[in-house]
Design a protein around this ligand. Sequence first.
Ligand SMILES: Nc1ncnc2c1ncn2[C@@H]1O[C@H](COP(=O)(O)OP(=O)(O)OP(=O)(O)O)[C@@H](O)[C@H]1O
Length: 304
Amino acid sequence: MTPTAPTLQRLLFVMNPISGDIDKAELSDLIKEICTSRGTAAELYNTTGENDLEQLRDKVGSNAYDAVFAAGGDGTVNLVAQALVSSGVPLGILPLGSGNGLSKDLGIPQDAEQALHLVWEHQVKPLDTLEVGGHFSTHLADLGFNALIVERFSSGDTRGPGAYVRVALQEYMGYEPVHYRIVTDQETWEGEAFMLTIANARTFGSNVVINPDSRMDDGRFELCVIEPFPATAAPGILYRLYTNDFDDSEYTRRLRCRHASIEVPGQQQALVQIDGEPMHLPLPIHIAIKPQSLQVLAPPSAAE
Ligand SMILES: Nc1ncnc2c1ncn2[C@@H]1O[C@H](COP(=O)(O)OP(=O)(O)OP(=O)(O)O)[C@@H](O)[C@H]1O
């Protein structure tokens, strides 16, 4: 353990039985075995997909957990973070999904067994969280092209990066950019966008860096706009998204703010993906940051 890290003695592990393709019974046994051998009490909760948030809030309210781990994909991390927000109880992550965006941004090992060592070797970091149209987000939300692809993915049975690229290419051909009006506490921007990301974090689970050099604890968030671009510009934009150079394109801009509202003139609702879950939200969409409202366990050496 790092000198400043508190000892975690009582833990809850929230496990999503459908996340990833590893054997959850084996992982549960491993968690119990390692924790028992180190004198740490570990309780397990399997999500059902029904009323999990209410159940977890009850558990967190009536038990003195030192930390609660989300063992699952981005949806499970969002669920557990929501149950813990403003409680002071830190969130740990055992990444099991296909994206695992927040865990990557925090530098958490992508192997669940290695990530378990966060219990004994960690630093506790405060993170901002976002409210997007009344929904909780820890990581990244967006409107436009990527939200459409996430929706196509969640309604089909295709998975994996190869399938993502295939679906994205199919949809790109007929995609019509949308006209947005964004009003923040700093400025107003109006125009067409191919994609509009609401970013508390930096990097998608796909390793696309949509919001480079940003912080998750500064009380601000970014609206990252990719404006319509000719097909010839696509390779350059894609390259910049993988090389930390989002701003180096004439088709991109970022608005940094504390609160914002997004309108689509003439439309009543919009498709939005929030931490990987697609949903239709009424317009305008109001976004606000809750500064340092979530504690997380990160590796002792994590930079930010
Ligand atoms: N026991 C369960 N049976 C069916 N669905 C469940 C169950 N528990 C949770 N879910 C659903 O799982 C979804 C969240 O999955 P999560 O994102 O954690 O994993 P994943 O889909 O494998 O990850 P990724 O999105 O990174 O690929 C939620 O929609 C939730 O309702």
